[in-house]
Design a protein around this ligand. Sequence first.
Ligand SMILES: [Fe+2]
Length: 437
Amino acid sequence: MRELNDPTVLRAALIDARSRMLALYDHLAPAQLQVPHLKTVNPPLWERAHVGWFQEYWCVRRRGSGEPLRSRLPDSDPMLNSAIIPHAERWNLPRLTRESVSDYLHREFDDALQALERSTPGSRYFFALSLFHEDMHAEAMLMTLQTLALPAPPAPQEPIPRPDPAPAAGDVAFEGGEFEMGSREGPDFVFDNELHAHRVRVAPFALAAVAVTNAEYLAFVEADGYAREALWSPQGWRWRAEAGATAPCYWRRGAGRWLARRFDRWEPLRAEDPVMHVNAHEAEAYCRFAGRRLPSEAEWEFAARADLDPALDRFPWGAGVLAQGAVNLDAVYAAPVPAAALPGCDSRRGVRQMLGNVWEWTHAVRAVSRIRAGSLPRVLGTMVQQPSRAARRLLRHAGATGAQSLAQLLHPGAQRRLRGISNRRIALTKGRRTCWY
Ligand SMILES: [Fe+2]
């Protein structure tokens, strides 16, 4: 994006991202850094060091087609290049101690900032890439804390806003038609393997103005939704049976009330919050229960772009950055805000929280044809979908931890919230769904 060509902006963003990333694990005791081997997480010290390695490699060490410069951490390539080291082996790296990783991160970060001062507009792409890579790993670290029931990192003190007393209600109708989907080549940042802007046509549809709440999802759970095979796809029903799921994975029934686990603590389920930590099978089953369906990726994007000027407007509400706290970005709140809160970040058409707060499922499955081969495939090998025979489910974006000033509505590596929609020609369809980690 345009601002990321400015080294002063980049420097401030890199410093901010590093301080946020470090804060996510700094509070953990040594024993808590020894996490069990799970496919969905990385060992904390490896992940921290990998973030530094990525930055050092692409911003400091890389020299065109020549051999890269030596790393500040000897033999870092086979240990920290995620394209090389198998996931299971990341648990078996005794050289990575808290002290050695901390020392490496400090040294490579100083090198990176010095390299930024010497950089040219053409080479700054890699600093922006390293920034987004670090932000993505920061989210993964937050997910690790939740997955493993580890303590929450230090929380901001900003009070959580209440739901807007007059929230946007019901569905917002969209006329459909042809539009330009994706990011344009030009001054904005795009990942190298991202399919750029292309024309897409969508039929008329309607999108729920506010994301699905815990209260709405609880109605599905208490109506025996997890025991009603007719609500589930065949794959979803198999998943449900194998998992033995009867509710979202971090919910449990307490004495007369439902509780939800947030990091290492069980708290009363907050009815007005967007429902979180549900997978695509659960999202679809809920939608069937509620007589709705998930939006396609194109529908979601059509709704987000409606009435915007693509040359000027970067956000669903327009061009300007909102006051801090008006949108749940910048990690300004300690938790997701209620689905109906923050009316100031409504899209031009009145859809709430299309940026910020939580990710959203779409029913899109990204096909091979929608991802172009990267000109720098090694850069993004583990970060963004490479061309693959495996179709992938898509989440659309609203990152609570990202920086608003650098947010981009259509940033492909960023997370997006699920929002159910109703196609007006299938009038019974209705629903939306969110998840958070
Ligand atoms: Fe990575």
